[in-house]
Design a protein around this ligand. Sequence first.
Ligand code: NAP
Ligand code: MG
Length: 407
Amino acid sequence: MVKKIKVKTTLVEMDGDEMTRVMWQMVKDKLLFPYLDMNVDYYDLHVKHRDDTDDQVTTDAARAIMKYGVGIKCATITPNEDRVKEYSLKKAWNSPNGTIRAMLDGTVFRKPILVNNINPAVSSWKKPITIGRHAYGDVYNNFEMPVEKAGKLEIVFTPQDGGKAKIILVKDFSSPGIIQVNHNLDQSILSFAQACFSYALGEKIDVWFSTKDTISKVYDASFREIFNREFEKNWKEKFKKTGIEYFFTLIDDAVARIMKSEGGMLWALKNYDGDVMSDMIASACGSLAMMTSVLVSPHGWFEFEAAHGTVQKHYYKHLKGEDTSSNSMALIFAWSGGLRKRGEMDSTPEVVKFAHMLEEAAIATIEGGTMTGDLLALAENNSSNKKVNTEGFIGAIAETLQKKLHD
Ligand code: NAP
Ligand code: MG
């Protein structure tokens, strides 16, 4: 047995739901705790526990990330009416990701995990496309209500300085309908821009930014202006020196161009656009499980997670005692990403090295032909590849890791 590596500062662990909760435990038991001596501040975000605590546990978890700096989160159910019934919940609580992101602010960077035996569905893509998703505002912090009868929707803005309130008629409803009100903050958009420029400079990749500013002439146009101003003021020279570019275009045009590009850029997107596009990129690169995701807060806090959900369908099979072949790559990379960041912040290179080795072991396992069902159909050399079940995949990675650590 090798000597355990000491992780200096406490990591914030947020457990989750369904199949990802099952895999989370296996990852900890087989890939982490045998090798690491680490303290975790544990928050159980299981939907039932969120319900029992009136969602206090989610807020507590976000505060713990603010305290320690690095959190690692499992996927969680965002309850809808079906889930309220399924788990007998008091109500359809908000998305924990939404709550945590709103508290930490910041940008979510999502990057595909590339392996050499799976080619992206888009044949021109040669390099990973990283998505930089603004993690504040828009529909994730909105106000919505049904309109049951005819009536007026007015917006009242009351200045805090005692100035005159502004009342604007938005819509005179003559029949039932629906209402949605979105907002954003200049400061949050500015830190989104800074996070993207800084990430791209670090990685030496171009930044593409796209919004629908032709239609949304105030809201989306503000994003464009804030990005432009920040770029001109603080990044233009640095980008030039590094040989990288900042490029703004309408989102429709960006989507069309991305499909013909060779990849390798950071694509900055508003909250909703980033939510949707990151799933497209992940799935085109193999599977939703082949994507890393990190929330970078302007205050220096980091939250690592899987980009996919709780893999509900597989969980129901698992509950029936059937074999599953769920892919734990994104969960493993959430842990390795968090450990690497912790190691960098604590100046403990041995922790950074372990994080690298864990990722290398996971990638080498797939490249060696051992993989879960989601990847099998896409991988080259189909005849020699072997499909393993959920536990078998983690076990195979553990074996590869064990060998690497003894080399
Ligand atoms: P999902 O969990 O992302 O799964 C959708 C489908 O993608 C699965 O049925 C599976 O396809 C495939 N897939 C996703 N992850 C996989 C993995 N690790 N290994 C193998 N295949 C994988 O989305 P969902 O089923 O629509 O949502 C389930 C729950 O997750 C919802 O309650 C939602 O609220 C929650 N959610 C949470 C987060 C988060 O916490 N970050 C994000 C999104 C959704 P096949 O069935 O074809 O095998
Ligand atoms: Mg999504």
